[in-house]
Design a protein around this ligand. Structure first.
Ligand code: ATP
Length: 432
């Protein structure tokens, strides 16, 4: 299995992910996405959105604010409960999550045993809104995207002609002041969530939970994660939050072990109840059949876009030995590959005609790259490493016979095709 260090190095080398503010020494647990990372993440978002709209369910999309007043987070329980236990080593001053180490043993960093008492650390980033800092100006950067959906539930319902059951989906940043951010994109302080909140009648929550669980299984299969590296772990009764009827974690076999990728939960009517009570607003809906009002129940599917990207990179990475030379290849699903096709002139003298083809494809919206530097073998390797499924090479024969060589990333097989067929070959690769 690939090591995390290999993935981190690839990400830096190829422009997927950089440590944030690197020239100033970096900011721990925060990353910037380079051109390829931004493209890959965008394709992941699109893939997730498509997986929702291609169901037969009603889904609307939403974008909530990142800042929220304290009242929201008091109602959601985050102010009083969103804590992790923290402990410091008095010798080397390193800080740890107390639930992640054995306090009976000595410090894993310095080998001495001199712990502080455990303290609870709230993971939310607190700030003040406006020029006056008093109790009324307290706000938090959201630690999850979901609450904005719950507090807008009535707005969405009354302004969009949607009826229960329906889903509200959102992709956006969340912030957690993790005590020990680690494992690269796995646990960061600023990250992105892709969340679906599905509102349904109480009696449908259990079957709808099963429905979405199944949909999410299909999603992971379609996006191309290896089945053996995925498992769906239902929570034991003792693990469940008090309001939750059922919860299943989608776990991925990362280089550092099986870890959560997504949480799928039947949350009952906990969130709407909390906000109804705290905001003193009626968030119930009227059932035309029973002529009674009720608070809808919620099934939530919440996946981290960055964690998913890390899983996809680990899953796709492979090394092959080709005639004694190492070939690094990202065997990523062509539909989410940051670059779909590279257009390569065999010699710089041939740039003009193939650059024209490149521009035409770019104008049509394809993710294509033009590369004229280095030997053709080197250029193929460069594209392999970033997961480009197709390379089209224009050579001296192309000028007279109007054909190019198409090379497949995975099989490395080459075929001669008419220039007029380039777009068709790309579409086929993308599954259109
Ligand atoms: P964990 O137990 O790993 O901290 P969690 O159970 O607190 O995760 P949720 O609150 O259920 O996570 O958030 C939903 C998803 O958001 C997670 O499954 C994960 O993919 C992503 N996520 C949560 N925290 C982080 C983080 N610090 N960095 C990157 N992604 C995160």
């Amino acid at each position: 299995m690939v090591t995390l260090e290999t993935i981190i190095a690839l990400c830096k080398r190829c422009g997927f992910v950089y440590p944030s503010a690197e020239i100033y020494g970096g900011l721990n647990g925060v990353y910037d996405y380079g051109p390829l990372g931004a493209a890959l993440k965008n394709n992941i978002r699109k893939f997730w959105k498509k997986s929702l709209v291609t169901t037969d369910k009603t889904i609307v999309f939403f974008e909530g604010s990142l800042l929220g007043p304290e009242s929201v987070w008091q109602a959601s329980g985050h102010v009083s409960n969103f804590h992790d236990p923290m402990v410091d080593c008095l010798e080397c001053k390193k800080r740890f999550r107390a639930d992640e180490i054995d306090l009976e043993k000595s410090c894993p960093a310095c080998g001495k045993k001199n712990w502080t008492a455990q303290r609870q650390f709230n993971l939310m980033f607190k700030t003040a809104v406006g020029a006056l800092e008093d109790a009324s100006s307290v706000a938090y950067l959201r630690p999850e995207t979901a609450q904005a959906i719950f507090i807008n539930f009535k707005n969405i319902l009354s302004s969009n002609r949607v009826k229960i059951p329906f889903g509200v989906a959102q992709i956006g940043k969340a912030f957690r002041n993790e005590i020990t951010p680690k494992q690269f994109l796995f646990r960061t302080r600023e990250f992105e969530q892709m969340e679906l909140e599905w509102f349904c009648k109480p009696e449908n929550a259990a079957p709808d939970f099963e429905y979405w669980l199944n949909q999410r299984k299909n999603f992971y299969q379609a996006i191309g994660l290896t089945e053996a590296n995925l498992r769906f772990r239902a929570h034991e009764q003792t693990e469940l939050a008090h309001y939750s009827a059922s919860c299943t974690d989608v776990e991925y076999n990362f280089p550092f072990g099986w870890k959560e990728l997504e949480g799928i939960a039947n949350r009952g009517n906990f969130d709407l109840t909390q906000h109804s009570t705290h905001a003193k607003k009626d968030l119930s809906v009227f059932d035309d059949e029973t002529k009674q009002s009720y608070l809808p129940h919620v099934v939530e599917c919440s996946v981290g876009a960055d964690r998913l990207m890390l899983a996809l990179l680990c899953d796709a990475y492979s090394e092959e030995n080709i005639d004694g030379e190492k070939r690094v290849v990202l065997k990523i699903n062509p539909a989410i590959a940051p670059i779909t096709a590279a257009l390569l002139p065999l010699s710089k003298q041939l740039n003009e005609p193939i650059h024209k083809i490149f521009k035409e494809l770019q104008h049509k919206g394809y993710a294509v790259q033009f590369d004229e530097t280095g030997s053709i073998g080197k250029r193929y390797r460069r594209q392999d490493e970033i997961g480009t499924p197709l390379c089209f090479t224009y050579d001296f024969d192309s000028t007279t016979d109007n054909t190019v060589t198409v090379r497949d990333r995975d099989t490395m097989q080459q075929e001669r095709i008419a220039i007029s067929h380039i777009e068709t070959v790309i579409k086929k690769k993308l599954g259109f």
